[in-house]
Design a binder for this molecule. Structure first.
Ligand code: NAD
Length: 422
């Protein structure tokens, strides 16, 4: 097999390649194409932070606003050692397309700080978050740009963002950020929302392919917010979770895992996932992707399935919980294998959809029951899934290209209606 082309791993190039393909199929005019291809604006921040040992360190952070055509920017903040401007650009563009696929009134944005949260104390993480937010106090806002959690950040991080912003604008402003704790204007169901959206898409895909849900074999890579919630909900719904993995490694057990016990092991006992006593065969976190299953859910990070390993994937349905887990160069091989793909901008859109519900509730000052949140999420996910699959059929393209076509078409129509401000 030829060696991998290094550009395959540049997620920005992957995002662009998919945008270009869909824009061409859609017959997008050249000017609008150029307008949507580039971010609206981006910023690099140098964040001075006093470490606990008294040393001063400077962390590098980014925020990219890809589009505000259909509404305020929306997108998470990632804390990870390998954050780069290209990655943040790609993730910001994906947010634009994701919000448009599920038809919620947001544009796309993303942020990140190059740091390793596992090596920082809670106080240090708080200081990074507050300084990052303070630097962006004029940029963020419920009607401008609304952050949320992503890899390495959580509801506590969002509480610090909200408080810092509130101190700058001199009023409590819960709607400036989503994914907050319930006690601070968070929404019921937000924590589970991305995993729940993954399950809803899997259910829809099974119905489409006429596969029975009971005992359906599922492998999930990533056991953080998205992966562990998807695993818990799918286990409770009768799916058989036969493979799991996190950064420490993977486990495979064809009899299926007791997911509540695994969640307890990882989150209550704080033990490494691969050491789970009732676990099966140990393997690397990547190897688990290549065991036979009905549904494969990559829910960890980017570039997991590439031209180098895609031939080893053995599933009927690939439902992307993570952003960009498959490189664009591997897409055509997935197609040739006849795998039914639920692309990331649809598969993991449950999170941003309930973030939208959180923003609506904060602005109304009126909060919904969890059943109400889940019902509305179901409506959005089912409608969006059906729209993407119908578009794939009517345009003779795969589901990924179809999802981009739906999204780009919506944003392009908004551009034309608004016109370009000179
Ligand atoms: P998280 O930090 O809560 O969890 C990430 C998980 O992936 C952890 O279990 C970690 O150990 C594991 N992991 C990291 N690198 C890995 C590797 N190389 N191999 C195997 N496992 C690895 O993050 P999250 O919020 O669950 O996000 C996961 C993915 O889903 C990301 O791509 C994120 O952008 C995307 N996403 C998250 C949300 C959300 O609501 N949290 C919404 C949409 C998309």
């Amino acid at each position: 097999m030829p060696a991998a082309d290094p550009s395959e791993f540049n997620v920005y190039q992957s995002a662009e390649a998919r945008f270009e393909l869909a824009a061409r199929k859609l017959g997008l005019e050249e000017g609008v194409y150029r307008f949507l291809k580039y971010p609206s604006k981006e910023i690099t921040l140098y964040i001075p932070v006093a470490r606990d040992n008294g040393n001063l360190e400077v962390f590098i952070g980014y925020r990219v606003l890809h589009s505000v055509v259909r509404g305020p920017g929306k997108g998470g903040i990632r804390f990870a050692p390998d954050v780069s401007i290209d990655e943040v650009r790609a993730l910001a563009a994906w947010m634009t397309w994701k919000c448009a696929v599920v038809n919620i009134p947001f544009g796309g944005a993303k942020g990140g700080v190059i740091c390793d949260p596992a090596k920082l104390s809670k106080g240090e993480l708080e200081r990074i978050t507050r300084r990052y937010t303070a630097e962006l106090a004029d940029w963020f806002g419920p009607e401008r740009d609304v952050p949320a959690p992503d890899i390495g950040t959580n509801d506590q991080t969002m509480a610090w963002v909200m408080d810092t912003y509130a101190m700058h604008v001199r009023r409590a402003t819960t709607a400036v950020v989503t994914g907050k704790p319930l006690d601070l204007g968070g929404s019921q169901g937000r924590r589970e929302a991305t995993g729940r959206g993954v399950m809803m898409c899997c259910n829809r895909a099974l119905a489409k392919l006429k596969i029975q849900r009971e005992g359906c074999r599922v492998i999930i890579q990533g056991f953080g917010n998205v992966g562990s919630q998807a695993a818990s909900l799918m286990h409770a719904a009768g799916f058989k979770i036969i493979g799991v993995a996190d950064i420490h490694g993977g486990l495979y057990n064809e009899k299926g895992f007791d997911i509540p016990k695994l969640v307890d092991w990882v989150y209550m006992q704080r033990k490494p996932l691969p050491e789970f006593p009732a676990g099966g065969e140990k393997m690397s976190a990547q190897e688990v992707l290549f065991r036979p299953c009905d549904i494969l859910v990559p829910a960890a990070t980017e570039n997991q399935i590439t031209t180098q390993n895609v031939h080893r994937v053995e599933c009927r349905i690939l439902c992307e919980g993570a952003n960009g887990p498959v490189t664009s160069q591997a897409d055509s091989i997935i197609d040739q294998k006849g795998i039914f793909v639920v692309p990331d901008i649809l598969g993991n859109a449950g999170g941003v959809t309930v973030s939208y519900f959180e923003w609506v509730q904060d602005r109304q000052g009126f909060f919904w029951r969890e059943s109400e949140v889940n019902e509305r999420l179901q409506d959005v996910m089912d409608q969006s899934f059906d729209h993407v699959v119908e578009t794939a059929e009517s345009h003779g393209v795969n589901n990924r290209v179809a999802a981009y076509i739906v999204a780009i078409d919506r944003v392009a129509r908004a551009v034309k209606l608004r016109g370009i401000y000179a």
